[in-house]
Design a protein around this ligand. Structure first.
Ligand code: SAM
Length: 306
């Protein structure tokens, strides 16, 4: 399963927490791309030892690795915060993934980066899976609750105000299916979200405004396509001031890749756009993105910023 796409310079200066780091590949990779600092932990002592060794060999001697479970780390450091929290390869190894998501959303200042095996069910939810002891298993090799699909994770993070700018799902990874997500914190926006495009929109639109000191500077959009054929759609974005006056309007044609529904298909990957707003938008304001197939509206979203 792939990493979420990261814009050039994304890691520069970021503080990073690598949860369940194993030998630290993701976190040490972030340091290699300019992250300012790295803390990692894993429930297995042998993995922590490997991570320390790798970091030292690669010249990152100040990276910190400790032995902890997800539960013991958050209990020990409830007030520490990080720009980016990595939850890679861990959410399907837990008995209560929703609680761990809730815990780590409180300490992610800006971003959460997720890779996760998923069970592959159409219906959202979780499925119990059994594990056997190995270096990558659940703590104590206990049975764990695997998310059924990427949308289960999108919904779970959404409860804590994190909006995806990237969603990817494959129908066959090495053993189960896989999902990867990059989610942005939107909790401090004073915003409310609304889905557009009817009861069963064919395209889900996730909108995350990017804030600057002087207002809203850009809007991040991830389009997740629900049908198994590629198609071209028109995306109309409008920004309205509190009195309803139009601040800005853009229109572009976007090619949405087919949704992956069988193992022979390539991964479904959301289309990501970061649209700078022409003038930094002051609040209150409304930002809406509507998706059209010809004249038919097939999805969209609206955010109201108080
Ligand atoms: C599939 S590996 C993923 C490792 C790494 N994050 C990656 O994506 O390459 C799962 C890791 O989680 C660790 N682990 C399992 N349950 C854990 C828990 N409850 N708390 C902390 N680490 C755990 C395992 O020891 C293993 O290193």
């Amino acid at each position: 399963m792939a990493c979420p796409p990261i814009r050039d310079g994304f890691w520069r200066g970021k503080t990073v927490l690598d949860v369940a780091c194993n030998e630290g590949a993701y976190g040490i990779g972030a340091l290699g791309h300019g992250a300012a600092s790295l803390v990692g932990f894993d429930s297995r002592a042998a993995n922590v030892e490997k991570a320390r060794f790798v970091a030292e060999v690669l010249g990152h001697a100040d990276a910190m690795f400790d032995q902890h479970t997800c539960d013991s780390w958050i209990a020990a450091y409830p007030d520490r915060t990080f720009d980016v929290v990595m939850l890679c390869g861990i959410l399907y190894h837990l008995r209560d993934p929703a609680r761990t998501i809730a815990d780590y959303c409180t300490i992610a200042r800006e971003w959460v980066f997720v890779t996760c095996c998923v069970h592959g069910d159409e219906q959202d939810g979780y499925t119990w899976t059994s594990e056997t002891e190995n270096v990558a298993a659940s703590d104590g090799a206990l049975d764990s609750l695997m998310p059924n699909n990427a949308n289960t994770l999108v919904t779970e993070f959404g409860k804590h105000g994190f909006v995806p700018v990237h969603v990817e799902e494959v129908c066959k990874a090495n053993f189960w299916d896989g999902a990867s997500l990059l989610l942005r914190r939107c909790t401090d926006l004073g915003a409310s979200w609304e889905e557009l495009g009817g009861e069963h929109p064919e395209v889900q639109v996730h909108l995350a405004p990017g804030l600057r000191a002087d207002g809203v500077g850009e809007v991040h959009m991830a389009f997740v396509h629900r049908t198994p054929r590629t198609r071209e759609v028109t995306v109309r974005v409008r920004v309205l001031a509190g009195d309803g006056e139009e601040h800005a309007a853009t229109e572009e044609v976007v090619s949405l890749p087919a949704r992956c529904v069988d193992p022979s298909m390539p991964a479904s990957t959301s289309v990501y756009r970061a649209t700078p707003l022409p003038a930094s938008v002051s609040r209150p304001a409304t930002i809406e993105a509507r998706v059209f197939d010809g004249s038919r509206e097939i999805g969209g979203a609206r955010i109201r910023l108080a």
